[in-house]
Design a protein around this ligand. Structure first.
Ligand code: NAP
Length: 493
């Protein structure tokens, strides 16, 4: 049996998943780990996204780390800048800053079959040799740029919301916004009051649940939480449990789902009076099928005099504007692309090469595929946090990240004690898990006939189970689902 040794660990990414992982590694006493982050700050999606109107549509009381409750959120639904500051504060408060290398982009991570080590290389040419690699690289990371004829010939600025230019002047401008997801709805609402005009190009309208997104925090609550943190912890637990209703609504076709869907229809009817405009904004699929949008201001913005909804498809972009299929030219000064993300490009464009020289791009040629969101056959000692099938549409991401980090740590502790050298999930266990997922996805609302970023082409990349199932699946590694190597001896399971 090997002697006790400290694993060398590289974590890639310092967003929600990376910060969670770093915290748990630190708390479990691991000393040889580094977090490599390509951005100039921590926060992941909250660092990269800073477009006007950015707000989290999950209440802050549950959109935070259970290990770092913030007593004084100023609003029920915090803004992007507040959330970004929270991530910075958590990193400082928990002494993680020294572990994180900012402006450090990983370009490749390659497994050596002989030594059993991973070689992680950055764009600056630095090399980190690791026993374990943990990819916390995010889901909504790579912006999707639309392929529209003439887009590069446009005279004015073209900006993707996920790469917003803070120097961009939008006040007094004629602005085109493409995209009607959570982002498009937020950015239209934010830009409309000061713009000369906003033309919203709506390829597929979204159902939008009305919610008072600007509601301030309950007065006095910060004082209460500071004086009695246990009350906030208890509230956090209650809300996490209560959020189970959301899982129920999206995964089971019950009256509760129908009630929420009715509310979506009422939200539209109550706020959009005109028949023609309402027709333009009425989706042809069930509410909740796409990632649900919440807003208290979009329909007000879209009813304003300086706003127009354009449903005709985009034909091409010309230097002065956008030409639609109906032959109209829409003269605009700025084009805002709220066109979403390549959500299934986990870890890419990194070159990830596993056992026997298998490239992740080839292993995943039919779409991303993992075991319980975290392990991939052919890639020993490599794990993902918030990887494929993560519950981006139902369960707290911070909770999922924590559970996954603890699951990985169970393996790391066995490495540290000399009990294992290498672990690799089996193809059989991965296939079985994916079959369970496919079956459980059938009655979900995501499978009721819409296109969305949840879809991979070969399936739906979401977690179709409840939180208890997630907790149970990640409670402890099941050794029979892995090939375990000890001191060079392979133990086939
Ligand atoms: P998204 O939901 O994927 O929406 C992209 C939009 O762009 C869709 O309306 C799509 O139309 C449209 N589009 C794409 N290509 C187009 C083209 N060539 N011409 C015209 N329209 C085009 O992206 P997102 O709004 O950035 O949101 C992604 C996810 O980020 C959300 O679902 C949510 O999970 C997260 N998010 C969360 C918050 C929050 O408050 N927590 C805020 C923003 C984003 P089709 O539908 O027709 O494809």
């Amino acid at each position: 049996m090997s002697s006790r040794r400290e694993p060398r660990i590289v974590v890639i990414g310092a967003g929600v998943a990376g910060i969670t992982t770093a915290h748990h590694l630190d708390r479990a006493g691991f000393t040889d780990f580094v977090v490599l982050e390509k951005g100039s700050d921590v926060g992941g999606v909250w660092y990269w996204n800073h477009y006007p109107g950015l707000t989290c549509d999950v209440p802050s009381e549950i959109y935070q780390f259970a290990f770092a409750p913030k007593p004084d959120w100023s609003r029920i639904w915090a803004t992007g800048p507040q959330i970004q500051q929270y991530h910075r504060d958590v990193v400082e408060q928990f002494g993680l800053a020294d572990r994180i290398r900012l402006d450090t982009e990983v370009v490749s991570t390659v497994f050596d079959d002989v030594s059993g080590e991973w070689t992680v290389t950055t764009s600056a040419g630095d090399v980190h040799v690791a026993d374990f690699v943990i990819c916390a690289t995010g889901v909504l990371h790579n912006p999707a740029y639309p392929d529209i004829d003439g887009l590069d010939t446009f005279d004015g600025p073209v900006v993707h919301t996920a790469r917003w230019d803070d120097g961009l002047v939008t006040a007094g401008k004629r602005i085109a916004v493409l995209g009607t997801g959570s982002t498009g709805v937020q950015v239209v609402s934010a830009l409309q009051p000061e713009a000369a005009s906003v033309t919203h190009f709506v390829r597929s309208p979204q159902w939008i649940l009305w919610a008072p997104m600007h509601l301030p925090a309950v007065p006095g609550v910060a004082r209460l939480f500071r004086a009695a943190p246990a009350i906030q912890d208890a509230l956090h637990s209650v809300l996490l449990k209560g959020a189970g209703i959301l899982v129920d609504v999206v995964t089971k076709p019950t009256w509760r789902r129908r009630a929420v869907q009715k509310y979506a229809e009422i939200s539209l009817r109550a706020q959009v009076g005109s028949g023609a405009l309402r027709d333009q904004l009425t989706p042809d699929y069930e509410p909740l099928c796409k990632r649900q949008v919440l807003s208290g201001s979009y329909y007000r913005a879209i009813n304003a005099r300086n706003t127009e909804v354009v449903s005709s498809g985009i034909n091409r972009v010309v230097p002065g504007g956008i030409v639609t299929e109906d032959g109209r030219t829409h003269d605009v000064d700025v084009i805002v692309l709220a066109t979403g993300f390549r959500a299934h490009d986990y870890m890419r464009p990194m070159n990830v090469v596993g056992r026997d020289g298998v490239r992740l791009d080839d292993a995943w040629s039919d779409g991303p595929r993992a075991y319980r969101m975290t392990a991939i056959p052919g890639f020993p000692n490599l794990f993902t946090v918030l990887g494929p099938n993560s519950p981006t549409g139902s369960i707290s991401l911070q909770h999922s990240a924590s559970k996954t980090a603890m699951y990985i740590i169970a393996w790391l502790e066995r490495f540290r004690s000399g009990d294992v050298d290498q672990v690799e999930v089996t193809e059989e266990a991965t296939a079985e898990f994916n079959a369970q997922v496919a079956e459980a996805l059938e009655p979900t609302v995501w499978n009721t006939g819409c296109n969305s970023w949840y879809q991979t082409g070969s399936g739906i990349d979401l977690w179709p189970f409840d939180r208890r199932t997630l907790d149970r699946m990640l409670a402890a590694p099941q050794e029979e689902h892995f090939v375990v190597r000890r001191s060079g001896i392979v133990e086939a399971r």
